[in-house]
Design a binder for this molecule. Structure first.
Ligand code: ZN
Length: 97
């Protein structure tokens, strides 16, 4: 991620920008759920993504068919993990970044 103040790159887990010293709160961190593998239940996954993320069917299908597409972004890590678990129960492989 980048520092919201000086825009320099900072480590994801750092609490303070090493460039300008501004405090980086967890609110600055956005977690992205990346679909690394759609698995075998593609149709079920498309429906699940549509319901979970609130995109239309066409967009959900595009996410499932694209490689390493971002399914969902959130600032709430526990929410990211909940969505990840639901998608993985449907056979998908998810990476949180
Ligand atoms: Zn900075």
């Amino acid at each position: 991620m980048n520092c919201p103040n000086c825009k320099n790159p900072v480590l994801d887990n750092s609490n303070e920008c090493e460039w300008c010293g501004s405090v980086l709160t967890s609110a600055n961190k956005v977690y992205s759920l990346i679909l690394s593998d759609a698995g075998r239940q593609k149709l079920g996954l498309v429906k699940l993504i549509k319901d979970l993320v609130g995109v239309n069917l066409k967009e959900a299908r595009r996410i499932v068919d694209s490689k390493n597409s971002i399914v969902f972004t959130t600032e709430d890590f526990s929410n990211a993990e909940i969505i990840k678990n639901k998608l993985e129960n449907c056979g998908a492989s998810i990476v949180i970044k």
